[in-house]
Design a protein around this ligand. Sequence first.
Ligand code: FAD
Length: 399
Amino acid sequence: MTRTSTDILISGGGVAGLSAAAAFGAAGFSVICVDPTPPVTSDTDDGADLRTTAFLQPSVAVLQAAGLWARLEPYAAALQVMRIIDAGGEVAEPRLTKDFNAADISDLPFGWNLPNWLLRREMVARLAELPNVDFRPGTGTARLLTRTGEALVTLTGGAQIRARMVIAADGRNSVVRQALGIPVKTLRYGQKALAFAVSHPVPHQNVSTEIHRSGGPFTLVPLPDRDGLPRSAVVWMETGPEVARLQALPVAAFEAEMNARSCQILGPLTLASRLTVWPIISQIAERMAGERCALMAEAAHVVPPIGAQGLNMSLADLTVLLDLAKAAPEDIGSAKMLDAYHRKRHWDVQARVTGIDALNRASMMGAQGLRDLRATALNALYSAAPVRRTLMKAGLGVR
Ligand SMILES: Cc1cc2nc3c(=O)[nH]c(=O)nc-3n(C[C@H](O)[C@H](O)[C@H](O)COP(=O)(O)OP(=O)(O)OC[C@H]3O[C@@H](n4cnc5c(N)ncnc54)[C@H](O)[C@@H]3O)c2cc1C
């Protein structure tokens, strides 16, 4: 039986796990990263992740340290304004529009948006440059045994890895988290998200727009132009049955529904990709770490896609882990380091899961009276400039 030793075993090669592999590899640690599902790196291939990720300002530093940002930046669309539209009146049309402009708090945009399939392509290419990173697509974590000094991971092919620290980035049903016996609290909404790309005649001007009516937000996030046409990524949240109905429509009928829901703020939208469907939950692990193991990303926390928080919280996890590891490399995976990680991250994660849950429930409201209350609350929050700036900073994760 082959038994290999490594500083860090990363279980999961989604966008979070690949980022972690690049960051720890660039910092000089030996890394093995495993994932049973090889990454799909072209938007036209089956199984391509057609979602996009808006990387908020604080996430860029860790991507730079990982040697990823220089590869990603040329493909990114900047997000200068976050626009919130309430279209919750009797008629589906904008009745309240509020712009949160990054210029109020910073010289930089709020963030930069990139397609997830492209992130995987560039991240896999970056790992190939790092001789101390061994990426093993097609192999997963099968079993985990931990003791005070190390973790022993058995992979699906039977190979065994001794690691000083395991990073669980293996998603919301994390095998590592389950092996550690760390419980999660899950909130279900009966809601799904449709994610797809559109082109439109009106330029987006780097404005990301959330339109609230009922069922959840309809969000348009800027993408770079393609074939001379402005494009945006759309995330459209609705109840599960409504998503099934929309998904089954012929393209012309789907476009008609999407144009009614978008209130045509960028003119008539044309579907520019297939539709992908994502189940929506909130979930939080009771602890961010167990013996010799750190949980990060969806293994530790899942939130509805509102305010571009999900992966940005994951990169905040990564930043803390990396800082602790660099400060005391001889100590990686120790109880002291992992306790510090839990303490530094869990409070922020809890606050964000709670806040996004509340925003999602407000956006789902169907009753007219509640929708009117939602518009009144948005208006009040926006009108007080200090509150507005505090909200923007909190959303970014900066003080
Ligand atoms: C519609 C939508 C839009 C979103 N938009 C944004 C956004 O704009 N900004 C943002 O910050 N976040 C956004 N998010 C959230 C973001 O996409 C997620 O946080 C992120 O993709 C989750 O990454 P992950 O790597 O934790 O999980 P996953 O992508 O689920 O990756 C987990 C990986 O673990 C692997 N795995 C499973 N089992 C094993 C095993 N036994 N061993 C090893 N590996 C295993 C899986 O194959 C998978 O590749 C969005 C989410 C949704 C649903």
